[in-house]
Design a protein around this ligand. Structure first.
Ligand code: CAA
Length: 283
């Protein structure tokens, strides 16, 4: 199954990163979103990243121009009619994802793979609204996409072996490391990462230590690049809460209950770095 043309849906932080690494690997990429300003912002981030690579001597101006020439933008899902794979990175909402997948199932060619970058929604449930559940798969990139090596590849209940293999090969071509995971709430990454972050928030809530102390323990004691509260701000506290709710509901175990302090911050609109305030305050 040859993959040449890729559509990435959603030009946010994840989608623009995915589009960048696909174009860097030589794929023809169409970046799709619902508003021109979202596409402009996503493309702006890609240009900034590529320009930094040129400044640091990791790419030439010619390479940067060739990558940008492979990147196209689109406001219409109909542009999926000649692609080999779609990687959806729209908002984390099952109704929206199912609606996108239903439309893609009608538009994309019969051979096309429909992948989702969901961080925790069930692949099997997204696949169920299509007539090609064997060609639906999870491709979970990590943030920041251009830097992080991992792609969790999640098999839905019906995902075919040849589809898994094609996506695994593509991941290697993107200079990433694929890891195979089955479809259970939070997969592996968020099943382990989010309870750790949630526990750090409980430690703060219960007054065990200050936020700085909690982050220092994990940074200096466990060699994590960021402390858990800084990382929560980086991921977005609304996203953290959303994933904890999915773990709590999907696994039915009280050990996954979201910390009340996390709920309070989200209710206050303190969503982390993106809103200027979370556990820390940002310029
Ligand atoms: N896009 C592109 N490149 C970026 C970047 C971004 N958003 N952020 C940082 N970089 C690059 C920098 O340019 C720098 O590269 P050079 O030195 O070659 O120029 C390199 O990454 C290191 O950056 P910094 O020196 O600024 O800072 P750092 O050493 O602290 O690294 C970091 C930044 C890579 C983000 C690091 O702190 C880190 O790995 N943090 C943890 C990230 C993590 O855990 N991600 C997973 C989040 S969970 C997730 O994504 C899944 C989910 O579903 C919630």
């Amino acid at each position: 199954m040859g993959i040449h043309k890729v559509m990435v849906i959603g030009a946010g932080q994840m989608g623009s990163g995915i589009a960048q690494v696909c174009a860097q690997a030589g794929y023809e990429v169409t970046l799709n979103d619902v508003k021109p300003e979202f596409l402009e912002r996503g493309l702006g981030v890609i240009i900034k990243n590529l320009s930094r690579d040129v400044e640091k001597g990791r790419k030439t101006e010619e390479e940067k121009a060739a990558i940008l020439a492979r990147l196209h933008t689109s406001l219409d899902l109909q542009d999926a009619r000649d692609v080999d794979i779609v990687i959806e990175a729209a908002v984390e909402n099952m109704d929206i994802k199912q609606s996108i997948f239903k439309q893609l199932d009608e538009i994309a060619p019969a051979h096309a793979i429909l992948a989702t970058n969901t961080s925790s929604l069930p692949i099997t449930e997204i696949a169920a609204v299509t007539n090609r559940p064997e060609q639906v798969i999870g491709m979970h990139f990590m943030n920041p996409v251009p830097v992080m090596k991992l792609v969790e590849i999640i098999r839905g209940l019906a995902t075919a072996d040849e589809v898994y293999k094609a996506v695994e090969e593509m991941t290697v071509k993107l200079a990433k490391t694929p890891v195979e995971v089955n479809d259970f709430p939070g997969f592996i990454s968020n099943r382990i990462l989010l309870p750790m972050i949630n526990e750090a928030i409980y430690a703060l809530y219960e007054g065990v230590a200050t936020k700085e102390a909690i982050d220092d323990v994990m940074k200096l004691g466990m060699n994590h690049p960021m402390g858990p509260l800084t990382l929560a701000d980086f991921i977005g506290l609304d996203t953290c809460l959303y994933i904890m709710e999915i773990l709590h509901e999907g696994l039915g175990d009280s050990k996954y209950r979201p910390c009340p302090l996390l709920r309070k911050y989200v209710a206050a609109g303190w969503l982390g770095k993106k809103s200027g305030r979370g556990f820390y305050v940002y310029e």
